[in-house]
Every structure is written in structure tokens, then in C-alpha cells.
Design a protein around this ligand. Structure first.
Ligand code: NIG
Ligand code: FE
Length: 450
């Protein structure tokens, strides 16, 4: 039987190759979380995919091919418009997804940090109106332009540390208008910055001046109405509460979270940071996405979390900053809980945006391997934010958010304390930090040979 006619102009057996905008080649080792459906838990958390001699091809900001360099080279069409980025043998990992961060603030608390170095206690400072109260005052006082500039600076720091997607919690505000302003500034900053963001309304963060001793009034008169406006104006995807002795109790947290759930917001809790107040039980009952901190969590809390779909978000830089016990990462993973790792970047309890630093502290204090920490700080962080279909993996169909580190292998990212060696960050297929990132007003760099 005669063969079917071959359309003119097409070679008979040539596979169709995709034209691409960017190829990152010369990757020494590429590491990405296991391919299973998120969230990852148990053994899967540490079962990363490792490819030596890899390349990543990108079209329209998304990964179209990633794997052994020869395979990528065979699958894509490189032409004169393709940008070729030579990774010079470096380690490539997915951009970090920081699912717990507070970058929306002005000012700093360096003076408080010094006081704490000399023995003052974080919760005593908070109870005396300092701490979170001090950042609320500094933030409220900052004009829009100044606040925006500071938020931009925080996002720049995060991007340089390899974070390509971050949460932005509000929470440093003394009323409804101030809280909504903070979320609005967050939206403006996000629109003008390469980093991807997800906004969380943390209107139940502290009981500010004027509401002392009346947390109920703050919840009912300020926090819940703020949620309503934030949700109706599309200013937040999630809602969060600080459930802690001296701040908001379990019944106040419940009221606030039930209101958030009715508005369709995802639920998050700061809980078990200093004391156990029933946060894990409440999170499970209400179907929260996560419960975060857990420095005070016991074996019962660990087994409850392991039997649930609520993620345990660990914040080792915060525990370290406050001299608290490290969160029980090993126990949570071994019990089968969903574990994510985040920075808690904020001016008081974690002035530290670096997820490689969190990986180091998770290794030393929480018994986590670098592979477990990588999955926890990428795909599982993305799951907490509901972004796990587009962020947190080096895989076809995911955003081309790649970090290039001058490290021999993944273990060194946790091992080399304070020196992550981040030499390049690619965001949505564009080099934005380090290697090949355009300098201010500079023409694009010449292309290397692929
Ligand atoms: O996650 N615990 C409450 N909130 C933040 C601290 C904020 C601050 O100290 O400014 C946290 O640690
Ligand atoms: Fe926090």
C-alpha cells in the first residue's frame, strides 16, 4: 500500500520542534521536587529529581522542556531571537515560594533587637505596646510613596535571595482604612515588581493602641469588616490570625476565620508559637490551608496534623530570631504531615528573607535534609498559597522561575551557612538577578553559543 502523501515543505520524519525564547544551558545539576501530586508528605518530600548536565527551555515565560541537555536541544528550535543563558555548571533549582511573609511594613525594629540582645523579652515588649505595635505606628505614619518604596525594597531583597513568589500579609495597621491601604500598596508593588505575590489579610495580628484589653471589639468592629472589604475589592486571597495568649484567643480566632471562610478566603493561622491555644484543632476543624510556627507543638498536635490536610508551615528563622525551640520538622515529616518552609520575613521576629538560611536552620535544628527543605520551600509553599499548578517546580507548564547557585550540589545550599551562592535568578523566563540580568540602562548582553 502506498504511503500517504507527505505535505510539501515538511521533512518526513522530522519531529516538530518548538521555537523558544530562552534556553538555560550548561546546568551542572538541576534539582526539583518529586513529580507526585502536591502537597508532598512523608518520604516524597525528600525524593527530589536530580539531573546532571541539564538545560531548561522557555517560551512565553513558561517552561516547555527541562531535562538532560541533549534531550532539550533535540526538542526545541533555537533561532536568532532565542536568548541563550550559560549556567556555567551551576546548580539550578526552582525559585523559592515563600508562603509566610510580612513584607508590607515601614521602618525597622533594630533598637528592639538590641534590647532583646541585652535580655528584654519579645512578649513583654509586645505587651508594653512595642513590638508589632511599634511597626503599626511606623507604618501608619509613612506616606504612601515612602511605604511603597520600602515594600519594593523588601521584594528586591527577597528576589535576590532566590524567592520568586511570595505571600504578602497585611497586619501592621491600626484600623480598617489603614489595613486596606496596606493591601492596596501591596497590590501596586506587586504590579510593578517581577516577583509574584499572593495577598493575605492579617487584620487579626495585634490589638493596637485604642483597643487595649478589648480584643473582641477589634475582631468585631475592625478585623471582620476589613475582611469583608478586602474580599469584595479583591485585595486578599487568604486570611490569617495570630492565635496566642495575650493576643487573640481561640473563640476570637474562630469568629474571624469563619467570617473569612464565608467570604471565600483561604484560612491561615499563626499558632503554637509560644503556647498551645487549640490552634491546630481549630485549623483542622475549619479546613484551614495551614497552621504556622508550631515551636510549642507537642506529640498530640503532630499526630493530629499528620492525619489532616492542613500544612505545617515551619519558620525556623523566626524561632532562631527569638531564641525559641526549633519547630519539630523531623517529627512532622516522619508522622506524615504536610510540611512547608517559609521565612516569616518581618521586622520583629524574623528580619530574614533568605530561604537558604531557613534551610540551614531546618537542617541544624529541625532535622530536615536539604531535599526535604527544598520541596517544603517550593512546591509545598506553592500548595499553601494555591499556586502549585504554576509555581514550585522545574517542569513543563510551570512558570520559568529558576535560581542558579554556585554550589556543587543541593546539600551545600543548606550546609554553607549564610552563603547560598545565588548567582542568577530567572523570573518568568527573564534574567532578573545576577547572570545576564540587564544592568540599569544597559543593552542586553551578547548571546553565548549553545
Ligand atoms: O509571625 N507572631 C506574630 N507575627 C509575626 C511577628 C511580627 C512582628 O514581630 O512584627 C510572626 O512572628
Ligand atoms: Fe508571621
Amino acid at each position: 500500500m502506498a504511503d500517504a502523501p507527505i505535505p510539501i515543505g515538511r521533512a518526513r520524519s522530522a519531529p516538530s520542534r518548538q521555537a523558544v525564547d530562552l534556553v538555560i544551558h550548561g546546568i551542572g545539576t538541576m534539582v526539583t521536587p518529586a513529580g507526585a501530586e502536591p502537597p508532598l508528605r512523608g518520604d516524597l518530600l525528600g525524593r527530589v529529581i536530580t539531573v546532571s548536565g541539564a538545560a531548561i527551555a522557555v517560551r512565553n515565560g513558561m517552561i516547555v522542556e527541562a531535562g538532560p541537555e541533549l534531550q532539550v536541544r533535540a526538542a526545541v528550535e533555537v533561532d536568532s531571537r532565542t536568548h541563550l543563558l550559560d549556567a556555567r555548571g551551576m546548580l539550578a533549582i526552582p525559585g523559592f515560594v515563600d508562603c509566610h511573609a510580612h513584607p508590607l511594613f515601614a521602618g525597622d525594629r533594630a533598637a528592639e533587637f538590641e534590647l532583646r540582645s541585652r535580655g528584654a523579652d519579645y512578649r513583654d515588649i509586645l505587651a508594653a505596646g512595642g513590638g508589632i505595635g511599634s511597626t503599626i505606628a511606623q507604618t501608619d505614619a509613612a506616606p504612601d510613596a515612602e511605604l511603597r518604596a520600602q515594600v519594593d525594597m523588601h521584594l528586591d531583597w527577597m528576589l535576590r535571595a532566590g524567592t520568586t513568589t511570595t505571600e504578602m500579609k497585611s497586619g501592621y495597621a491600626s484600623g480598617i482604612a489603614q489595613e486596606l491601604r496596606l493591601l492596596g500598596i501591596g497590590m501596586q508593588a506587586a504590579a510593578g515588581h517581577p516577583i509574584d505575590t499572593s495577598l493575605t489579610c492579617l487584620a487579626a495580628h495585634a490589638v493596637p493602641a485604642g483597643f487595649e484589653g478589648d480584643a473582641d471589639a477589634w475582631i468585631d468592629e475592625v478585623a471582620i469588616p476589613t475582611l469583608g472589604q478586602a474580599a469584595s475589592e479583591g485585595r486578599a486571597a487568604q486570611a490569617d490570625v495570630f492565635l496566642e495568649e495575650g493576643t487573640f484567643d481561640a473563640s476570637q480566632a474562630r469568629r474571624y476565620l469563619e467570617a473569612a471562610a464565608a467570604l471565600g478566603l483561604g484560612l491561615r493561622l499563626h499558632a503554637d508559637q509560644f503556647t498551645r491555644q487549640g490552634g491546630i484543632e481549630l485549623a483542622i476543624e475549619l479546613g484551614a490551608r495551614s497552621v504556622d510556627h508550631l515551636e510549642a507543638t507537642d506529640a498530640d498536635g503532630i499526630s493530629r496534623l499528620a492525619a489532616s490536610r492542613v500544612a505545617a508551615v515551619l519558620l525556623p528563622t523566626s524561632a532562631h530570631f527569638l531564641g525559641r525551640p526549633a519547630p519539630p520538622g523531623r517529627q512532622l515529616i516522619d508522622a506524615g504531615a504536610v510540611v512547608a518552609l517559609a521565612s516569616d520575613f518581618n521586622p520583629g521576629s524574623s528580619f530574614a528573607e533568605s530561604l537558604p538560611l531557613a534551610m540551614h536552620l531546618a537542617a541544624v535544628g529541625s532535622g530536615m535534609t536539604a531535599a526535604e527543605s527544598l520541596s517544603a520551600a517550593t512546591i509545598n509553599g506553592a500548595w499553601v498559597l494555591g499556586l502549585h499548578r504554576v509555581a514550585g517546580r522545574i517542569q513543563q507548564g510551570y512558570r520559568a522561575d529558576i535560581v542558579l547557585c554556585d554550589q556543587p550540589d543541593l546539600r551545600h545550599l543548606a550546609y554553607h551557612a549564610g552563603t547560598p551562592g545565588i548567582e542568577g535568578v530567572v523570573k518568568h523566563g527573564l534574567p532578573v538577578v545576577g547572570i545576564d540580568a540587564p544592568a540599569d540602562d544597559a543593552p542586553p548582553p551578547p548571546e553565548a553559543a549553545f
